[in-house]
Design a protein around this ligand. Structure first.
Ligand SMILES: [Zn+2]
Length: 98
């Protein structure tokens, strides 16, 4: 029988601790010297009051797992990673002044 994983030591994190008392994302942060206080997935975000809309889609399970692995590696939430990908895609297609 395997002992249950203890929770991550970072404030407010409920993920299981994987290394040195921290979950994968927080462990990566600590290694890079990033504050553990900042919520995972925090981004610069839109200005307050900017209209937002939720988008829902379906992707192959394999794609979702790849995205989750990349998010974990980047210390981002899946939400923050998807938002970054979408914003970069849009930015690359924004018309440029001639
Ligand atoms: Zn954590």
């Amino acid at each position: 029988m395997t002992a249950p994983l203890s929770p991550c030591a970072a404030p407010g994190c409920a993920r299981p601790a994987l290394s040195r008392g921290l979950c994968g994302a927080h462990y990566q942060r600590q290694r890079r010297g990033v504050s553990l206080e900042r919520p995972l997935g925090a981004t610069s975000g839109p200005p307050p009051g900017e209209p937002m809309s939720q988008v829902t889609t379906h992707v192959p399970l394999e794609s979702k797992r790849a995205l989750e692995a990349h998010a974990e590696h980047s210390a981002l939430s899946l939400y923050a990673l998807l938002r970054r990908i979408l914003e970069e895609w849009l930015e690359a297609r924004r018309p440029r002044p001639q």
